[in-house]
Design a protein around this ligand. Structure first.
Ligand SMILES: CC(C)(COP(=O)(O)OP(=O)(O)OC[C@H]1O[C@@H](n2cnc3c(N)ncnc32)[C@H](O)[C@@H]1OP(=O)(O)O)[C@@H](O)C(=O)NCCC(=O)NCCS
Length: 386
């Protein structure tokens, strides 16, 4: 009774000479902004301390009703629009997030519903700030194995609801938002070497349990489960600088390239000092590294797809360019991938045709806790309506 089956992703064959390429991209960030000056009114901090230690000047905060699923769905709808395809052209939806609306259902299923997809397989993936690199790798594996033709890969977070707003060592760092890409299978012509091969070229993923409790959210289902982020900042800083340089170098080498052959690096947007350290460590100029953390802070799994979407819009990627993304995060995890860009950046304009009002996430009866911003931020969220 196939007509009763919702979903429809099937396949078994390993396809030779197949890779993937990005054909759609998009992002969504909340309208409400929380500046460093605002944070001076919440915790004992200063704009000067935050700016010099991190490079962050402001971050976006989800208002009531904005959630990981709603932002992820809008970013995904824009990516579909840019790719020029419909929701039912997608075989797989993977959402990288550490702030899902619920433990169950997955955010990916909520996004599938909001997009009106009837057939995609959908699930969430947990690899903290490295989540987008992990999700991209999983989708690439799915498509090159012949399990489908197209995937939506989404990174989305509502970190403002998982931050302890009385802990100045963490609350100044994080922000909310979502980014998405459409990844499509691409059959290669015989004999295309690293210097000319289109699409995805390489990955490097790692996980280091020695940092498991240096950056973590106790959460889970235990008694007194705590949803708030805890962090050993100094230890995480050391891990970040070492692993970012190492995984970026490994991914670039695995692609058969040298750093000089990479046109753009899109790093996880956690801290400008970490990014500058990586620039020196791999001898790669800051001018070729995309940075937007001053506007958004650390949006965890969303940071790279938001940055990618903005980089294309800013004209930083053109067909034939090679870019490398590199991330680190809780776990500890890290991940990098190298891709040759092939899409026409002008397709980005198609995202404007998506009407946000048409993308609605189904909420449970009586509303959901995931919809509510922290009370301490309410005054800052209200002021934009004044
Ligand atoms: C958090 C981080 C910015 C701190 O920077 P730092 O240079 O290590 O900070 P310093 O050691 O110079 O300063 C620490 C001092 O600043 C204080 N401090 C911490 N947060 C502060 C804030 N928001 N405002 C003012 N002072 C602050 C601390 O209490 C400490 O004071 P003390 O020395 O009196 O104990 C840095 O460690 C970092 O970026 N770590 C990685 C975090 C990260 O990226 N996490 C996400 C991973 S995906």
């Amino acid at each position: 009774m196939s007509e009763q089956r919702i979903g429809g992703t099937t396949g078994s064959a390993q396809i030779p000479n197949r890779t993937t390429h990005i054909t759609g991209w998009g992002h969504e960030v909340p309208a409400a902004t929380l500046t460093n000056a605002d944070l001076e009114k919440i915790v004992e901090t200063s704009d000067e301390w935050i700016t010099t230690r991190t490079g962050i000047r402001e971050r976006r905060i989800a208002s009531k009703g904005e959630t990981t699923a709603s932002m992820g769905a809008l970013a995904a709808a824009r990516a579909l629009g840019v790719a020029g395809i419909k929701a039912d052209d997608v075989d797989l939806i993977v959402v990288a997030t550490l702030t899902p609306d619920h433990l169950m259902p997955s955010t990916a299923v909520l996004i599938k519903g909001a997009l009106g997809s009837t057939r995609a397989a959908a699930f969430d993936l947990s690899a903290a700030c490295s989540g987008f690199a992990y999700a991209y790798a999983v989708a690439h594996g799915f498509l090159t194995a012949g399990l489908g033709q197209r995937a939506l890969v989404i990174g989305a977070e509502t970190l403002s609801r998982s931050v302890d707003w009385s802990d100045r060592s963490t609350c100044v760092l994080f922000g909310d938002g979502a980014g998405a890409i459409v990844l499509e299978a691409l059959d290669l012509e015989a004999g295309q070497g690293a210097a000319s091969r289109p699409g995805t070229l390489s990955f490097e993923l790692s996980a280091d349990p020695s940092g498991a409790y240096a950056l973590w959210i106790p959460g889970g289902v235990g008694e007194g489960a705590d949803p708030l982020i805890k962090m050993d900042g100094a230890k995480t800083y050391v891990y970040a600088t070492r692993t970012m340089a190492a995984v970026a170098t490994a991914a670039i080498e695995r692609a058969g390239l040298t750093p000089a052959q990479v046109d753009l690096v899109i790093p996880h947007q956690a801290n400008i000092r970490i990014i500058e350290h990586v620039s020196k460590a791999i001898n790669y100029p800051m001018e070729k590294i995309f940075v937007n953390l001053d506007k958004y802070g650390n949006t965890s799994a969303a940071s790279i797809p938001i940055a990618l979407s903005e980089a294309v819009a800013a004209g930083r990627l053109k067909p034939g360019d090679v870019f490398c993304t590199v991330a680190f995060g809780g776990g500890y995890t890290s991940g990098a991938f190298v891709t040759r860009w092939g899409a026409d950046p002008a397709h980005g304009a198609r995202a404007a045709s998506v009407d946000p009002a048409s993308i609605r996430v189904v909420r449970p009866e009586g509303g959901a806790k995931a919809d509510e911003p922290p009370a301490v931020l309410q005054a800052f969220l209200d002021r934009r309506h004044r």
